[in-house]
Design a protein around this ligand. Sequence first.
Ligand code: ATP
Length: 426
Amino acid sequence: KKFEDNIKTVLKNRMKEDVLQLLLKIREVSEVRKEKVYIVGGIVRDLLLGIENFDLDIVVEGNGMNFAKELGEKLNAKKVVLHSKFRTGVVIVDEKLKIDVASSRVEYYEYPTSLPVVEYGNIKQDLYRRDFTINAMAIEIDYNKFGRLIDYFKGYSDLKNGKIRILHNFSFVEDPTRIIRGIRFAVRYNFEFDAETKRFAKLSVEEGFLKRLTWKRVKYEIELILNEKNPKKAIYMLEEYGVLKAIHKSIKLTKKTEVAFKNLEKYKEYITKLNLKQWIVYFLVLLEDLNSEELTNIFFKFHFPNKFIEKYKFGKIKREKIIDELKSSEKKSKIYNSLKKLSGDLILLLLITVDSEKEENKILEYINEIRNIKPLIMGKDLIKLGYKPNENFKNILNISFMYQLDNQELCKEELLQYIKNLNIFL
Ligand code: ATP
């Protein structure tokens, strides 16, 4: 009893006032409909950890779809989306807040990795179909028991001890994506797999269960895990559990990729600076040692757009040549010309794999300075000088820009003078 009271206070203290008010509204709907309702999954875990989470998932012991409709009306929601197949609904309150409403259910797997057969059950059954104990807790939203923690599988204890634990031995057989999900939570919260869970996870990967998943699901999980705060740690754990090799036999950590990952940590801020997606950059580093055929294979399976593949392959082929060019480039214009054709991903890859500090600095100079320089002279300036627009225009503008890059102290007038002095007749 005392333990429960404690949890209640902890939860109440951690809930923001607006969340609490929202739960009170949910409770009113529950009272009218005479259906029990719980908040479940990730938000319960994060409330107990004191971490913000804006995904509100609720489970109704009853008809989730009708519950969602009524809740939508009560909250004056922008929109309510219903899925009659699973009797669930999403209440879109506004841009920031959406509530997933599900009917509590039992899932059976007719054969491992098949899609589950769904039937309606009680909250305990609903929690039992979940991935890990820490994700299988619920909080009751009821008049008498408001804030009571429902914890059939010792999730709270695992949360306190930092353990990732499956609910039963067939968990990874039923859904191997849970292996990657588990690693994601372990990395995010700095938790460990419990010994049994670890054994089952490794065994399931060895048995090739991941290969039964569609590429779409694998890609989705890889995207999520590499977008987490500590992707490097995630990659090392994915390697430890054999997941990398299961995605493609040639994906593994080598000396070269390890150095690249270390450098990438150092230059992490450049991912945002260059407007890149974190998961793609980390994924590309993993593919560093693959040959062209293997790359094509992976890009195809992961549905990368053709335009991306072309740019990537172009950069990959040119890479050594570009480094050679950089070695003899001291002037800004030369650095600019060597790097301008590369996509952002490739520039970052180049930065973290180049083995000479001098060239590294040139790439940094390009990213931080050169690529942001805007030409002072435009076509309209040439027209003002009396030139007539023709096919040579582009060349002149280019000559002017190169001269500008190498002579940063010049102002616009001085540049124009330079062009006049070239005596190019158009
Ligand atoms: P995050 O903070 O990354 O969003 P989450 O726990 O909220 O984590 P979701 O993918 O939104 O993750 O899933 C919500 C809940 O649904 C989980 O907490 C878990 O209880 C359950 N769940 C999700 N995926 C699975 C799965 N593959 N197998 C079993 N249960 C799952």
